[in-house]
Design a protein around this ligand. Sequence first.
Ligand SMILES: C[S@@+](CC[C@H](N)C(=O)[O-])C[C@H]1O[C@@H](n2cnc3c(N)ncnc32)[C@H](O)[C@@H]1O
Length: 267
Amino acid sequence: METTARDVSRFLACDVFAQGNRGLSESCGRLLFSALPAYMNGMAADQNGHSERVKELVRQHWNRRAADFDLEASHGLLTDAQAHAWRRLISDLAGAVPLDVLDIGCGTGFLSLLFAAERHRVTGVDMAPTMLARARDKAKAQGLVIRFVEADAETLDLAAASQDLIVERHVIWTLPHPETALDTWRRLLRPGGRLLMIEGHWGPAERRDEYNRIYDCLPLFGGRPEAEMAALVRAHGFASVGVEPLMDPELWTEPPGHPRYIVTARA
Ligand SMILES: C[S@@+](CC[C@H](N)C(=O)[O-])C[C@H]1O[C@@H](n2cnc3c(N)ncnc32)[C@H](O)[C@@H]1O
């Protein structure tokens, strides 16, 4: 992929160990881009270490929030009506035939539990151990067998073409390399397997705590309009890409304050 002036300025602005760079503007990045090709090479070499530092802050953030994560209506199931609405949605999406389902960034197990309750064979992956611990406790309490694995959503070390359905909710926005992730996810799907992404466009609301230091490093931070997200999925080789709004107030216990939607696609 071609490196642009915007990439340069974003990289400099988001270096978590050089907070003084945050004020660098895009035009400044353009200047550096033309003047410092050698520096660019050095930066490319540092990209891996940099990404790991960003992901470490993401991990810290969610580890800290695990204990009360489920208390928010956009995270947990707070009412019977909400639980019913999600069960109906998942059942409609997955169908009756048991599938191998991979829940990426499963957190405290929201989607994993719903799919497992519908008798699908579920693996949930997340990189925050305390979120996974909550997910395991909940699965045990509900008598559900789910494999939970600590892993990075961008580089999952699972067998190619091993999944019928890959699902994620509210995860792609917090990845430093969402495009790499999409390529990885497509590789894990069997031919014709499906991707379901429950996402939204909520703006800068999460720009707090650790995210204050890294939001510039997350290309989809704040979510994206549904057409843009669908175009990104399509650009990464998925077919039959569709988008449906998820604005039913029962899913969120209230009318959503920003666009929420589901992207569906096939490998
Ligand atoms: C907003 S929470 C969503 C959790 C869950 N999907 C849900 O809908 O309730 C985002 C989750 O993504 C996880 N996550 C973020 N970056 C990740 C990565 N690179 N690999 C795996 N998990 C990641 C976080 O640890 C967190 O549990």
